[in-house]
Design a protein around this ligand. Structure first.
Ligand code: DQQ
Length: 660
């Protein structure tokens, strides 16, 4: 329910709600030490493929030779040591590595040093971790989103799925449908590993809707010899809006790795886009040595393909590109664009999921159908060395154009960051992000904006407003709520103007991951919210801004999440991460946070910078989880206006053939 008196002020001690939110007198955040650092194949293409392959290799050699931005600019990938110490004797608990032997990513969370005994997770703690409104299968392992589309009045969502266990392996395609991207109906598996060309896995792929109503699904198969090939599938019955049955093309595979490309470096075909020459084009991720690349093929019938000379794009030092995505964004309109759209007033976003660091990087640039190349607007922010969709846990994402609402929607795989034994015990692993709309940020011109789809608001109930709370330096304010584990939160912050003028310029380089997290105090930050915190705040996940003044006098704003105190358990990964966020003159600092048990999705400044966290508290669960506002700045008062909504759980139903 909305606050009946949103205009009340913070200083009214008679007000019962206000009384409960009076700041503790100086109550600094825990200031513990920050974590340390942060078959039969090939013959089918013949002469043309060999020739284009040679040209490709030549071009790549030239590209590799070019001096490119150094990969050392990327985020430090070292896993953080837990903030608390333990005297449990070390045991060898290194989980079995899953994936690389099959030619794909490392799939298990691996403790990086000082292997420790697992935390004694109780069933109550593990049950709490399951989400209330994020997409999850009923049980077992899930990874990449696959082939999302709107067809027959339904949103279709496919995903990488292990039907047998809560760990990566035996990958097939799960399938679910929804009317609103929030409530889901699970359907039978769409495709299983039943042919030589996908017996080692029905891997990631994408859907293309043709104007005559046909649906094309292209996916990577790991063959009986673990060669990565591309396969074609289509619905058995286009009159079935649920598209329950799928047929694999008898002529599969339709593509095998071209000369110069390793058998295990050729995967994840994109949605196709249509050219004025009447041909469709698809992109596929790969690498040559350490250079990440995307190849492009054209086709008229999705059965025969030609490799286009050169590459779509290549970035030295970025390693294997998984799950490439290429899509247009409008520079003027707010709507999304069909994947085939091109022309004036359009830019193209190119995204690659970097197998080497498991992050999704994007850049904005220009795609030319004539040359077949994509070029970044800013080569210093090229794919893999610049912007990320999300600075937390978010990988192997995919967009689709929703012709139902003329928008582009992004899905990302949010893996676990706990130990594999806990996943096995709880019987499931991974969730999908709340689908996000993606548009070009017309105000900055340098980034995209990601925002939870509007439908998520249908789950909002019992709103609470905290208007213009003033928080002094080093204070924590309790925000009284009935429940703090399933929420949608919006918050705006203003820094006291005097403090802004007063603070000196500094050449100190701030970084979310290496500057001590939320406990490290500066003149203008950190300040923000403490999520999933127990009463004593031994467990807490701060999501916050940190503002610094550079030597040029300009303010620079950082948006960060600090997981280092998110759990007392010592066998989960706890990082501090984030990045800068552009703030336009006159804008207030704003954040939106979706809390759903073990997942926290955070969006700053309307979605310019996003951070997704998986957290596994042991005490701050169920009714013992609280929300706090904090200001850990040394010299600035902060005024915050916050709105919270408790969120209903989404109705995600098991499949029944009688349901429709
Ligand atoms: N996951 C799939 C691959 C893809 C990887 C296999 C990315 O197709 O490259 O499960 O997570």
């Amino acid at each position: 329910m909305a606050d009946p008196n949103p205009a009340r002020t913070f200083n009214d001690p008679e007000d019962p709600i206000i009384a409960a939110t009076v700041p503790d007198h100086y109550s600094p955040l825990l200031d513990v030490d920050p974590p340390a650092g942060e078959n039969s194949r090939r013959p089918l293409k013949g002469f043309l493929v060999i020739l284009s392959g040679l040209l490709l290799v030549g071009l790549l050699m030239a590209l590799i030779g070019k001096s490119g931005p150094s990969v050392s600019q990327k985020t430090d990938l070292t896993l953080n040591a837990p903030a608390e110490s333990t005297n449990i004797s070390a045991q060898f608990l290194e989980p079995v590595s899953r994936g690389p032997s099959a030619g794909v990513s490392e799939k298990s969370f691996r403790l990086h040093s000082g292997v420790r005994a697992p935390f004694p997770w109780s069933n109550t703690m593990l049950s709490w971790q399951r989400t209330g409104y994020h997409f999850q299968p009923e049980k077992n392992w899930m990874n990449d989103p696959n082939g999302p589309m709107f067809y027959g009045g339904w949103y279709h969502f496919f995903y990488q799925y292990n039907p047998d266990a809560a760990v990566w392996g035996n990958i097939v395609w799960g399938h679910a449908v929804s009317k609103d991207l929030i409530e889901w109906l699970h359907l039978p598996l769409a495709m299983v590993a039943d042919h030589w060309y996908d017996t080692n896995g029905v891997w990631t792929g994408s859907a293309t809707l043709l104007s005559d109503g046909q649906v094309i699904m292209l996916y990577t198969g790991a063959t009986n010899e673990s060669v990565q090939v591309q396969n074609l599938a289509y619905p058995a019955d286009l009159s079935d809006p649920l598209l329950v049955d799928w047929v694999k093309y008898p002529g599969n595979p339709v593509l095998v790795p071209p000369p110069g490309i390793d058998d295990r470096d050729f995967r994840d075909p994109t949605t196709a886009w249509y050219g004025p020459d009447g041909k469709w084009r698809i992109a596929i991720g790969s690498k040559v040595n350490k250079t990440g690349i995307s190849l492009v093929y054209d086709t008229e019938d999705f059965k025969k393909y030609e490799l286009i000379e050169g590459v779509l794009h290549a970035v030295p030092g970025t390693g294997m590109w998984e799950c490439v995505d290429l899509f247009p964004v409008s520079l003027k309109e707010d709507n999304g664009l069909d994947t085939s759209f091109n022309g004036p007033g359009v830019k193209h976003v190119l995204k690659a999921s970097l197998d080497d660091d498991k992050n999704d990087y994007y850049a904005i640039g220009t795609y030319s159908l004539e040359s077949g190349n994509w070029t970044p607007d800013n080569p210093n922010l090229d794919v893999g060395i610049g912007l990320r969709y999300d600075y937390g846990k978010f990988y192997a994402s995919k967009t689709f154009y929703d012709q139902n609402k003329q928008r582009r929607i992004l899905w990302g795989w949010i893996g676990e960051t706990d130990g594999e034994s806990a996943d096995i015990k709880k019987g499931w692993a991974s969730v999908q992000s709340i689908p996000r709309t993606v548009v070009f940020d017309k105000k900055t011109g340098t980034n995209i904006l990601q925002w939870p789809v509007e439908e998520i608001k249908s789950l909002r109930k019992s709103c609470k407003k905290f208007d213009k709370l003033e928080v002094g330096p080093g204070s924590v304010v309790t925000l009284e709520l009935e429940k703090a584990t399933q929420m949608d939160i919006t918050a705006e912050f203003e820094i006291d103007k005097e403090a802004l003028k007063r603070i000196g310029e500094s050449d100190m380089e701030y970084s979310c991951s290496t500057s001590g997290g939320s406990a490290q105090r500066g003149e203008l930050g950190p300040f923000g919210l403490l999520l999933l915190a127990d009463e004593g705040r031994c467990e807490q996940t701060p999501v916050y801004f940190y503002v610094a003044k550079g030597t040029d006098g300009q303010l620079k704003t950082f948006f960060c999440t600090d997981e280092s105190r998110s759990s007392l358990a010592n066998d989960v990964d706890k990082r501090i991460f984030g990045s800068t966020v552009p703030v336009i003159k006159g804008e207030k600092l704003s954040m939106r946070i979706l809390v759903d048990h073990s997942i926290i999705e955070s969006f700053a400044q309307g979605g310019r910078t996003c951070i997704t966290s998986r957290v596994y508290p042991t005490k701050a669960i169920y009714g013992a989880a609280h929300l706090y506002l904090f200001n850990n700045a040394t010299s600035a008062n902060i005024t915050a206006s916050i709105q919270t909504w408790a969120m209903k759980s989404a109705y995600i139903r098991p499949y029944s053939s009688h349901a429709f």
